[in-house]
Write a protein of this length. Sequence first.
Length: 483
Amino acid sequence: MTDTARRVAVGAGWLYSYRWLERLLDFFSIVVLARILSPDDFGLVAIAASLVTIIEGLSAFDVNKALIQARDEGRGLYDSAWTLSALRGFAASLIMVSIAPFVTDARIAAVLYALALSPLLTGLSNPRFVMFERDLVYSRLAVLTLGAKTVAVAVTLVVAILYRSYWALVFGMLAGNLVSVVLSYALKPYRPRISFARFSDIFAFSGWLSLTTIVTTLSMETDKIIVGRLLGIADTGLYFMTQRVGVLPTRELISPLQRLLFPSFSRLADDEGRLRRAVRESINILGSLSLPAGFGFALIANDFVPLALGEQWTPIVALLTILVPYLGLRAMLSMTLPCVMALGRTRLLFWVSFVYALVHLPAFIAGTALYGLIGAIWSIVLAGVLYSYLNTWLLKRTLGITLADIIVQARRPLGATLIMVVVVLATAATVPFDLFSERGSWLSLCIKVFVGGAVFCCSQYAIWRLEGRPAGIERRIRQILVG
């Protein structure tokens, strides 16, 4: 095993370990809060948080990715990155304070005043901390992430239990941000200075990437504001929870890999052949994780929601069964972003985001206005067809990877997922009780998880053996198991 492969393997272990612990804390928090707070509470904070995200997105400048891609040790680069981040955070906070008096709902305005501290804090983070991610050393990142998440969850739950107010969500966010900044300096001591010396180098990489973030933010983060305006705050809370729960199955499997892929692909950027092989194999790996997770969660949504969140959230079951399978399919191509960034082709990312925004935003407004929350979710899915096509185009444009290549790499997880869905539905038709009852049950949940998981794993392994044991996630797992 090469040094890079060993670093990737160790990094993946740390990433998945701390991400699962983080999500376990997050899941525990959601379950408790869903039973204490109302959809109105979640809707209020979701709208305010969307305004914060939009303002931060409009002033976006992702210096961390520029530092990873540059692989430069010079102090001037890091001081310039810190100066740029601090200025951006101050500007975003100032804008939030300035627009808060013009927000019609006094509760949202008050939350916006409080959340103005968030970009101010994150802008002061230690720029040197990114060296751990660049070098695939994720143990320190695990300490920072879990430390901040633990404090955030603790503050949120204490305030929620004592006061049963949406302010619990606000205080939790701010507490997490503060601890994250403090730990970034504690784990990687550094005394930043104000510097403008390397602004041009940072802009050279991040300029188009920043424009991409701006377009993406306007397209994707205005959704809760649109739902609040057209359908009301309570429906915004339902929509927020649909998204929050809907991303859990795929995000927790894919996000750690995405974070790992960018520095890994950056190391291979000068060897197009090796990079192409790595990207192709990542399609197989991502599909093998995201497809069964997405379609499998849709099968258990009727059990999960009432059992974990409570009866008041059952309206989101229908929304989840539409959204989560799409997210599973979409995640299969989520290596496109780190691949294109590693190659420095950020201009292409901007134009792809711009084209997608031109379709997604009007479709979302029309779908929500005409058909309510169901229309909102279907508009996301239909616009996602274009998003997948654009990702395919990016891979072909940058590395010559065609749609046929993608289908070849995804054929085994796609086939195994189809078999899994058919077998679970057939099981539901043969057992003497309803596996898809609106009230849900623990027995139904356990049966579907066991049957679905077993069928998928066995089916994919059998297909792999029939195909002659080609390269892919199956061979990687076998290598790990045999040492």
